[in-house]
Ligand binder design. Sequence first.
Ligand code: NAD
Length: 738
Amino acid sequence: MAYKNFTVETDADGIALVTWDMPDKSMNVFTEEVMDEIDAIIDQVVADDAIKGAVFTSGKKDSFSGGADITMLKKMFDIIQTEKAKDPEKAMQMLFDGAGRMSWLWRKLETCGKPWVSAINGTCMGGAFELSLACHGRVVADSKAVKMALPEVKIGIFPGAGGTQRVPRLTNQQDALQMMTQGSSLTPQRAKALGLVHEVVPPKKLIAAARKMIKDGLKPVQPWDEKGFRLPGGKIYSPAGANLWPAASAILRRETHMNYPGAAAILKCVYEGLLVPFDTALKIEQRYFANVLQTTEAGSMIRSLFVSLQELNKGARRPEGIRPTKFRKVGVIGAGFMGAGIAYVTAKAGIPVVLIDRTQEAAEKGKAHSDNLMTKAMQKGRATAEEKEKLLSLITPSTDYADLEGADLVIEAVFEDSEVKKAATEQAEAHLKPSAVFASNTSTIPITSLAKNSKRPKNFIGIHFFSPVDKMMLVEVIMGKRTGDKALAVALDYVRAIKKTGIVVNDTRGFYVNRCVLRYMQEAYSMLIEGVPPAMIENAAKMAGMPVGPLALTDETAIDLAQKIMKQTIRDLGEKAVDPRHMELIDTMVDKHGRHGRKNGKGFYDYPAKPAKKHLWPELKTLYPQQDADSIDFGELKQRLLVTIALEAARVMEEGIVTDPREADVGSILAFGFAPYTGGTLSYIDGMGVANFVDLANRLRRKYGAQFRVPKLLKEMAENGETFYSRFDPYAKVDKAA
Ligand code: NAD
C-alpha cells in the first residue's frame, strides 16, 4: 500500500519498518491525513499474515516528531467557536470525539495483537511521545538530538492522548506528575532511569535493536493489560499515595496559583485514572481534555504560545520579496554589558563577529563574557570544549572600525548618549558597504533621531535586546520614520538566525515593552504610597501570574536607573509626565537611604550574603502609614497590576506603535512574563471581553486614578463588540491574498 507520509517495508523476518517522513516538511507533525494513514497502517499490519510486528520510526534527521500540527488544534477551536453557537450538544460531542481521536488510535495500536516498537531517533514531543508510549517497546538513540517530552502544559493543555495514564503506569507517580506539570524534556538516560523507555543504543544500531526486540519475542500486550498488573509507584490509596497526593496538590497551588486549568487537569487525570481500569481511565482523560480545551486559558495560550509564536518565528512580519540574508559577518560596537551578550548570541549562531570597543582591553573583556558562559555551559554538560573553542574563534575583539568592512549588519551598543552614538555611527559607516544595515540597541533614544546621524537612514533600524541577552528570547525591532523594508528584513533575519523572536515596533519613547513594564512598577509605587504592605504587593503580582514582583523587578533593573529615567522624562516632557509622589518615593530610596537595587545589595529588598535569601527591606513599611491588611481587597491588587499593563498595551495599539496583536501578546509574555495563562496583554482583554475590561478599568479609575483611563480605541471596540483579534485581524491580508 502506498502512503503519502509513510513508507512500510517488511523484511525477511516479517518485521515491518514504518518510516514517517512527511514530504515538504522539515519535521513530522500530526495532521488529519497522518492520523488516517497511521490508522490504515495498523490495519495493514494486522491483516497481513506475513507481518509479525512493526517498528515505527522517522525518516527525518535528528527528529522523530514535533507533535500535533497547528491545523489539528485550530480545528478543535473552530468547533468551539462556530459549532457551539449553532448546536451546543452536537458541538460538545464533536469536541469530545475530536479530543479522543488520537487517544483511541494509540489504544488500537497497543491492543492490535502484534508487537510494535518505537525507534526514537531525535526530538519526540507530545503526541509522538504518547504514540511511543503506546508501543510495546521503545528504543532510543543515544544522541544529544534526542529530547522527549510531554510539553502540552506549556500551551495551556495537557497530554491528552494517553500520556497522563501511561506515564504513571510506567514510573512512579511523583516523577510522572513532575514531568507532565512542568512539561520538562527527558534525555534518553533519564527516560531509561524512569522506566519510560526500554533501551538506549548507539544511533546507528537503533533500527536493528528495535527489530531485535520483536525477533526476541516481544509480547504484544502492555503491562496494564496483563492480569495482576501493579502500579510501579503503588496504589493511590496506600501509605505512599497518602504521602504524595496532599503534597502534590499543595505544590500545584504554590507553583501555578491555580491559574492553569491544564496543569490542574493533569493531577485530576492521574489521580482518578489510576483508580480504574485502563479504558475507563482513557475516557476520564478524554473528558478532562475536552473540558480544558474550552477554557479561555487554553484558547489564549495555544494562540499566543504555539500558533502566533511559530508564525512570528517563521517570518510572519517579514516584508515579502526580499532575499533571505546570509550573515557572513556582524559587527558589534560597544563591548559592555549588552554588547558582550550580543556578540555571544551571534557567535553561538555560527556567525563571525567583530566586537569593537574604545580600548583593546575593553573589547577583550567583552569577549571574555562568552568564555565565561561557555565554561559554565561545559560544567553543566551542555557544551563541549570544541564548541567553546569554535564559538570563541568567531569573535574578533578590536578597536579598529576598519575591521567592520564587509559586515552585513552592525549593532551599536555604546553608552546611552546621543553624541557617543553619533560618533560610532559615523566611524562605522565610513567602512560599511552600501547595503549593510546599521542597528542601534538604544533603549530610550528615538531611532528616528539617531538615524539623522546616518548617511543611509533607510538602512538604519533599532534592534532592542533585553538583559541578560543570552536568556531573554524577545527582541524588539524598531522602525524609524525612514527605515526601509530591506533593513527590516535583515533585522528579522538576524533575530531568527540567533533563534530569538522579533516583534516589529514603531518608534516611540520606551518602545512597547518598557512602556508596559514602567506601568507595572508605577502601580506598585502607588500601592506602597497608599500603605499596602509590600509583601502583599509582591504576592498579588505572583498570584496574578507574573514571574517577578514589581518591587523585585525595580531592584533588578536598578532604582537609581528608575530615578534617572523619571528625571529625564520630566526634562523632556515636563513636570506633569511623572507622578510627584512616585518621584518622591524613588528620591527617598536613592538619595536618602542609598538604596540602588540589587546591584548595591540594597533596594526594596535586602540582599544578604548567600545562602541567605533576599527579603523585603523591613524599613520599607515605615515610609508610609500602613493599611490594615485585612481591609485590602487582594483580588483588586491583582487586577490593578494586570490592568495597568494591558491598558498601556491597548494605547500602544491605538497609537499604531505595535500593529499586530500577535506581537503585543507574544512580546509581553517573552519579555516580562505577562501572566502567560492569559495569552498576553491583549488576549487578557479579549479573554474577559472588551466591554467587561472597560467596566473594570473604569471602576479602578474612579478608585485609584487617571492611570486607568480607558483609551478611545477600547471604548469604540466595546461599543462595536470587537476584539483585538477581530479589529486588527492578523490574517485579514493573508486571507485576501489567498
Ligand atoms: P555599558 O556601559 O555596559 O557598555 C557600553 C560600552 O560601550 C562600554 O564598554 C564602552 O567602553 C563602549 N563604548 C563607549 N563609547 C564607545 C565608542 N565610541 N566606540 C566603541 N565603544 C564604545 O552599557 P550597556 O548597558 O551595555 O548599554 C549599551 C546600550 O544598550 C545603551 O544604548 C543602552 O541603552 C542599551 N540597552 C541596555 C540595556 C541594559 O539592560 N543595560 C538593555 C537594552 C538596551
